[in-house]
Write a new protein. Sequence first.
Length: 578
Amino acid sequence: MTIKTLAKSLRETKKTALLTIFFTSSEVVFEIIIPLVMSRLIDLGVDKKDMSFLLITGFILLGLACMQLVTGLCSAHFGARASVGFGKNLRNDCYKNIQTFSFANIDKFSTASLVTRLTTDITNVQNAFLMIIKIAIRAPSMMIFAMIAAFRINVRISLIFIAVIPILFFLLTLIIRKVHPIFTRVFKTYDKLNNVVQENVRGIRVVKSFTREDFEIQKFNTISKNVYTDFVKAERIITLNGPIMQFFIYVSLILISLLGSLAVIKSGNNSALGLTTGQLTALMTYGSQILTSLMMISMVFAMITIAGSSAKRICEVIEEKSEIVNPENPVMAVANGAIDFDAVDFSYKASGRPVLKNINVHIRSGEMVGIVGSTGSAKSTLISLIPRLFDVTNGSVKVAGIDVRDYDLDVLRSAVAIVLQKNELFSGTVRSNLEWGNPQASDADIAQALKAACADEFIDKLELKYDAPVEQGGTNFSGGQKQRLCIARALLKKPRVLILDDSTSAVDTATDAKIQHSFRELFSETTKIIIAQRINSVRYADTIIVLDDGKISATGTHEQLLETSHIYQEMYHSQQKP
């Protein structure tokens, strides 16, 4: 199954891989022919002192050597192209499939694990593929052809190879069985190592502010040492392969030399009676080729053992199917921003614990709705169901009267803009980040969105304005500035539904009020859902929903909830204290 999955990524590299196999096989043919011609050169040219034969045969050998060189170069060229192309396709296929993942799929793997699979694992498979189309073709072909040629020269001496080969295969199998579980374990440890690095780099400001550098170094060293220990153990076993192979190669060559020399002396250098000097030379060459081929095969098996674990991990990513897919005949337009939650229950598959319970909410198109509640009351989970980032466990979520599961995913998500708690800006410019909302946005559109998000206050002061650089993660902007840029990006989509998930928490109350006023004035037809910890952020909403432990505790306007909701009263009074 793994091979079948990986084979789909060959595509245009199939032709290049086949050319590699052709030129590798051709190179082997020339390597097999050369010792035969050499034996004739010695027996018929050198021994009989025939200069014309020597010259003719010498030119033939030179031509064969040139052909071997050309086929070898072609094999290396096409092999490199095939393996690099295969690696590129694997990365593209993995990355493309990752883009289809739902949040649940991503949680299943972890970010660090996906990075390892797209880098280290694919490199391992790419290297193994190169060895397979070159050495795995070359070595067995060389061994088979050399065995045939050797047996044609002298059957009795060639039986030495028949005795040695089974022993070597047995030892090789033993080594692979010992090494494979170690490499399976070490790549999982790699995931942990990448996770530590990723966390440390992203949170470097926190690490430094708490002076936890030594702790982070120790944590990294512990995992790094585990990787080192496993690799040393695996490499120690694999390196046994070299000395074992060398030992049997030299033993075999010594036996061939000894038995061959006796046969030459006994026959008086007469091929009709036994063996000639030229034939003995050819046998020695073939013996070296056979045993070297065995060593190459062992190297291939060792590489395949390492790559085998990587291949399974890559296939897990490629074969993973998103839990959220388009319906067969999707609805291709969102008419308005009306939202209905009908008896909605939701549980995360990992825990199975109910997170939302019997949610019934009806929001008219164009309304401004506030959602408040304590930390962990499932506010973010609730709004994640609207653009179908998760599917409900029971009940239904409808937008414009149609179940979100009936919409085309791109159409639905284009109509719903979310500004999440974790504001993410990408390296580039202010303009390139805003154009995520609308790639065709004009300067006038950008200016309007920035003004509505109160981001024009600081963007207009920048020397390059819209073309000002944005560092990775937006680290050259403050938390409040990043939030306002993300709001502007969402507004450029001109969505039917705008969701702000606590995305004005880093903004001062005056600016927060300006933003909400802009929403009412400029986006009156857009349904606005605001999740907030501050009562002032939702105070003037048409409806406020109070969530408590995944259930709706109360709904109403600010004034109504101050009279009827104990939770809302506590939140309000705690925030009004000096």
